[in-house]
Design a protein around this ligand. Structure first.
Ligand SMILES: Nc1ncnc2c1ncn2[C@@H]1O[C@H](COP(=O)(O)OP(=O)(O)O)[C@@H](O)[C@H]1O
Ligand SMILES: [Mg+2]
Length: 625
């Protein structure tokens, strides 16, 4: 931000300073242990002199050491206060600090000193308390035995790099939590840059809910939006396609039942047509025992589906049942003809098994220098985003499963509380299932999860508990803090009291990925790599340019779904495509027309009145017998 000219390579791990620089530093004696309780120790301290150097200023969040025999127990201060009970004789320890013990440094010989988490011996009354200097911090955070990435600086000592164990962090999932604007997306950008550097085999699928990561990875990312992504409808499983056809609204049982009967038949029918070299074998398919289950991702054609529904409708005597079929057919046609859905229904009637190409593009196999896929979800029709997230996460997992984890993949999900809400009645069940599957079993198949949310309290706690490395950024809401407290280990929980006071770009890192629960400041990202929403235009400087007529027209175009590629399907008349650009304003709903075809022109917002539409259709229907 302060460094506009910096390039991407600036993010390379740069400061492996010689650890010995500081080894000369003397450990400062500060006070003594006065009480021990479980993994907590109270230490008596003298009051800090106003001119005391930084290391001697004892305050919350700092690390202190207790020399217990050959070990140096490391703890973090959670509380300091004036002592009321009498001090130990011959010490003027007027203050007391509560220390949560979190690890120990085994000194041994100078060269073999190392840090480990957890304590094996407990302190005794009177043990000397010392400050933790740069040498110890280095020892703690510069574990050289595993792949570490450098994400910023420790708050306690700016000279020391905050390092995260990339393998631990990835394989057991991670989460970035914090109020909006505290730097979560920037942190994700930074983490991904560093992770990809440390793990060249890794590929990333970034579900970009606000279209803000477009510029963050330069040439290393492939950006997918409705104009260039192809996710044919047959990749969607049954629940997902029902959600698409019903526009994210509750589905109607009868229609769903009919659909569940014909989809396997359409699949079989398509397979048969391919098998019999193009000869039409629709009749046979009705009897063809559906080896194709509802959910298996094999191609079929919408035309076959509609034909099957039409045939079945034709056989019916009962007017009410015919209406159900009719509505279902109209519904499917409406969605297929909506230009905003072109990414799903392009070539819907042509067929062709494109699964290999689709998976190869989506999941970067091979990466071809672009290991990241950024899925810009904001450009998709909002009612289909849930199904889209579901289908991509499900495929990410299944690909890992069926390829035995040969291709490590990280799925990063922004606004995770939308997809995995604590309240199970919120959100789309298949999306929740797909993501929780990655959280629970992804590890085995090397499919990893990175979650980002501004509302931890609204996130399903079981998902959060699967994330073993947490970056908690500023958070003021009590419920969010309470939830986090239940998700982290006891020793770390006390640190959460600091959360409301964190600055932008600062975080508490907890869990397997970090040596100690610690407060850190993420590295500064150069301005041109900062995540920023595309729709926000450029810098404040172009505010005028952003509202000129030209870009306003572009905004309206997008609004109307015109910039999505026009459908090229041969069955779509040109005037219909033009008519489909009618703005979806409820006030413009055609009320006069009784032509059933008009429903092809409708877009989602109009279907708010679907009940009414259904009614109209019913009255408009010519007598059936
Ligand atoms: N690591 C960082 N480097 C530079 N600027 C940052 C960093 N973290 C946060 N910022 C500043 O804070 C702003 C908000 O950050 P952002 O990542 O978009 O927050 P969030 O995703 O939590 O809403 C950024 O636009 C940037 O100005
Ligand atoms: Mg953000």
């Amino acid at each position: 931000m302060n460094n506009g000219a910096a390039s991407e390579t600036d993010l390379a791990i740069g400061d492996t300073q010689s650890a010995d620089q500081a080894s000369a530093q003397k450990i400062e004696f500060l006070g003594r242990v006065i009480a021990v309780r479980g993994s907590q120790a109270s230490v008596g301290l003298p009051a800090a002199a106003p001119d005391a150097p930084e290391e001697r200023r004892v305050t919350v969040g700092k690390f202190l050491g207790i020399a217990a025999g050959k070990r140096l127990l490391v703890g973090v201060i959670t509380d300091v206060c004036l002592r009321t009970e009498p001090a130990l004789p011959d010490h003027d320890h007027v203050a007391a600090a509560q220390l949560d013990l979190i690890g120990e440094i085994r000194s041994g010989e100078a060269r073999t000193a190392h840090f480990q988490r957890g304590v094996t011996t407990y302190p005794a009354i009177g043990d000397p308390v010392v400050s933790i200097g740069s040498r110890e911090l280095r020892l703690i955070f510069q574990n050289s035995s595993s792949r570490m990435i450098d994400v910023g600086k420790l708050q306690q000592d700016n000279a020391i790099a905050a390092r995260v164990d990339v393998d631990e962090m990835l394989s057991k999932h991670f989460a970035v939590l914090g109020t909006t604007g505290v730097g979560k997306s920037s942190a994700i950008t930074l983490l991904l840059h560093q992770m990809l550097q440390a793990r060249p085999d890794l590929r990333v699928l970034l579900l970009d809910v606000h279209n803000e990561y477009g510029r963050c990875f330069g040439e290393r990312a492939q950006i997918l939006d409705p104009n260039n992504v192809k996710l044919p409808f047959w990749l969607f499983n049954f629940d997902e396609i029902v959600d698409v056809f019903f526009g994210g609204r509750p589905s109607l049982e009868e229609e769903v039942n009919f659909l569940s009967e014909v989809i396997p038949l359409a699949k079989a029918s398509y397979a048969q047509q391919i098998g019999s070299a193009g000869r039409l074998a629709l009749k046979g398919s009705e009897q063809a025992n559906a080896r194709y289950t509802l959910d298996v991702p094999v191609p079929y054609r919408i035309a076959d589906l509609l034909a099957l529904l039409d045939t079945r409708m034709g056989k019916l005597e009962n007017r009410a049942s015919r209406m159900v079929y009719h509505k279902l057919i109209t519904r499917i046609e409406t969605v297929c003809n909506d230009p905003r859905y072109a990414f799903m229904f392009e070539n819907a009637n042509v067929g062709g098994d494109t699964m290999v190409e689709i998976l190869a593009t989506l999941f970067r196999l091979p990466p071809n220098g672009k290991p990241i896929t950024i899925m810009q979800l904001a450009g998709f029709p909002s009612e289909v985003v849930d199904a889209l997230v579901s289908v991509t996460c499900r495929m990410a997992f299944d690909l890992g499963l069926w390829s035995d984890g040969d291709n490590p993949l990280l799925v990063v999900c922004e606004e995770a509380h939308r997809y995995m809400a604590a309240d199970h009645s919120v959100g789309f069940a298949p999306t929740r299932r797909a993501i929780s599957r990655i959280a629970k079993e992804g590890r085995k198949y090397r499919v990893f999860l990175g979650l980002v949310t501004q509302r931890p309290a609204e996130l399903d706690p079981t998902i959060l508990s699967q994330c073993s490395t947490l970056f908690a950024m500023r958070m003021t809401n009590d419920r969010d803090q309470a939830l986090l407290r239940s998700a982290v280990a006891d020793t770390a929980a006390n640190l959460l009291a600091f959360l409301p006071s964190l600055g932008t770009g600062e975080a508490f890192a907890f869990g397997e990925g970090v040596a100690l629960p610690t407060r850190l400041k993420f590295r500064q990202l150069p301005a041109q790599l900062l995540p920023r929403s595309d729709t926000m235009g450029g810098d404040q400087g172009d505010a005028n340019a952003a509202i000129d007529n030209h870009s306003l027209a572009a905004v309206i175009d997008r609004w109307r779904g015109r910039t999505t590629k026009p459908r090229t399907a041969p069955d779509k008349p040109a005037e219909e495509a033009a008519a489909a650009m009618v703005p979806p304003s409820p006030s413009l709903q055609p009320t006069q027309g009784l032509d059933p075809n008009r429903f092809r022109l409708l877009k989602r917002p109009l279907e708010d009145q679907s009940a009414k539409a259904g009614l109209e259709m019913q009255t408009a229907e010519p007598p059936l017998r």
